[in-house]
Every structure is written in C-alpha cells, then in structure tokens.
Ligand binder design. Structure first.
Ligand SMILES: [Fe+2]
Ligand SMILES: [Fe+2]
Length: 301
C-alpha cells in the first residue's frame, strides 16, 4: 500500500494526522485551501463590524464589540499559523494572496452593515452559523486545525451571546427598534444561508475535502442543521419573521423546507462583484501597508 493510500485509510477511519506525517501533496493542498479560506474569512469578517465600535450605543456595547472584533483577528492569526504548518505557504504569502485577490473568503462579508441591528445580527446569526460549521470541523482530520478550532469555538460561543443580547434588546424594544431588527433579518437572510457555501451538487471541492476527512459534514447538511436547530427557533423566540415565505416545517422529515437560494448572485459575489468586495480588499490592503513597519520591527515581514 502506498503512503497516500495509508493516509487516506487512516483519515477515513476517523484518525487525525499531524504535519510531521508523510502527507500526500493532494492532502496538503486541499487543507491549505480550506484553512486559508477560513483564516481570510476571520480577518475580513472584522471589517463589517469594525465601524460599529465607534457607533455602539453605550460604553458596555462598545467594549463588547471591540473585544469581539479583536477575537476575530486572533482567530485569523491562529488559522494562518495553522495553515503554515502544512509547509506550502508562509503567513506573509497568504496575506498577500488575500489582498491580490488570489484567495477567497466567505461571501457574507461583502455586504454593508447599515444599522446597529446588523452588528447584533452578524454576531448572533453569522457567528452562530460559524459555530455550526466550525463545531463540525473540530472533527477534521488535520489535527492542528481541529485543535485550534476548539479554542476558536469557545470564543465564538461568547460572540453569539453578545449578539443575542443586542438582538433581544432591539426585538423587545420600541416599534422602531423592532422594525430595524426585522429589516436586518430580511437583508441578511440569503447571505447567511449562503455562508455554508454552494449547494453540494454545485461545489467543486466538497467531495475532495470529505474524502480526506478535512470536512465531516457537507454544506447542505450544515445549512439544514443550522436552520432547524438555530435559525428558525431563535427568530421565533424573539418574535422575528422568517424572511422566506416558503419556509415551512415538514412533519415527516422533521425539517424546515425553504426556497431555492439565489445561486447566480452568490457566484457573482464570490467572483468579486458583491456590494462591498472592493471596499473590503482596499481596507485590508491599507491595513497591510499601514502595519508594515510593525511586522518589519518584529522581524515577521
Ligand atoms: Fe471567529
Ligand atoms: Fe466570532
């Protein structure tokens, strides 16, 4: 049996592998793509919320959201370092890939945060979605990634609590606040559902990632689980309407059925044509330039 086959057999039997194992190039490349995408999403994910640090309605909210944004930057750091253990790219190369548009990040961060309700929505529902996705990835076959995610998930659970507190206060507040919260839910519905990635039959990489045990649940499985266990129950709890008129509970399958999402739009945003893609990359580029002296001083440029 070749080494490649024995690694495949090991990961398919639920065992994890370490960077020191003789990992096939195909495995390293698939893991690199997935972890780099995740690291990019954490660092770009700081941008839509960052502007609400200044505009948060109280000192307590300001402290909570700035701690949350800082955590996300920390997640990116852990994940870039984790990706480096694969031996294919340095952190500096990955940061360059991002600003040069050579690597991707979650499309959900290419939408504007128009109101304070959006900041609450993102922390509760996007971080909630991230918890479903990342929770499953703590079973990923790449051991350093699975270990890093345990710490990250612990922090994400605080982000969800912080977001839920904002959502609760708006959803139980004045009519104006309730409307603002519902409008955020309506605006973010599609991007939230698409956070789990393309439909399984559209995805080029899902099979590879699952074959190598890097991913343990498919995009569609995670999307459905999130809707059934988190999204719908939480909206109902706070008296918010589900934005999809066709979403209904199917007694037989015990699942919520929903309308087809706009996948052409998703692909368009993924190719760089979303409302905020250019702004996000320009902000990242500026941060990279502004902080260049820090990296040089620390000897990590
Ligand atoms: Fe995060
Ligand atoms: Fe988070």
């Amino acid at each position: 049996m070749s080494t490649d086959e024995s690694i495949k057999e090991r990961v398919q039997n639920g065992q994890k592998v370490e960077p020191s194992d003789d990992l096939p190039q195909e495995y390293r490349e698939a893991a690199q793509r997935m972890i780099q995408f995740h690291a990019n999403s954490e660092i770009v994910g700081t941008l839509p919320e960052k502007q609400w640090i200044k505009k948060a309605p109280s000192l307590q909210r300001k402290r909570a959201i700035s701690a949350k944004v800082q955590d996300e930057a920390g997640h990116a750091q852990v994940l870039y370092r984790t990706a480096e253990t694969l031996g294919l790219k340095t952190r500096a190369e990955m940061l360059d890939d991002l600003v040069e548009g050579r690597s991707k990040y979650a499309t959900v961060f290419n939408y504007p945060t128009e109101t304070w309700a959006d900041a609450g929505y993102i922390a509760m529902f996007i971080d909630g979605a991230a918890m479903f996705r990342q929770g499953s990835l703590t079973e990923s076959s790449y051991a350093p990634y699975a270990r890093g995610l345990r710490k990250i998930c612990y922090e994400e659970s605080f982000h969800v609590k912080h977001g839920e507190d904002i959502v609760r206060s708006l959803a139980t507040g004045s009519k104006k606040e309730q409307d603002m919260m519902q409008e955020a839910v309506d605006r973010w519905y599609q991007p939230t559902m698409q956070f789990f990635g393309p439909r399984d039959d559209m995805s080029d990489h899902t099979d590879d990632l699952m074959e190598w045990g890097l991913k343990v649940k498919s995009n569609d499985e995670l999307r459905q689980q999130y809707i059934d266990e988190f999204y719908v129950p939480k909206l109902e709890k706070y008296g918010l309407e589900v934005p999809d008129e066709k979403m209904e509970y199917d007694e037989e399958s015990e699942r919520w059925n929903f309308s087809e999402l706009d996948w052409d739009h998703f692909l368009d945003v993924s190719r760089g044509n979303g409302p905020m893609n250019d702004v996000r990359l320009a902000d990242r580029r500026k941060a990279l330039e502004d902080n260049d002296w820090v990296r040089r001083a620390a000897g990590v440029a």
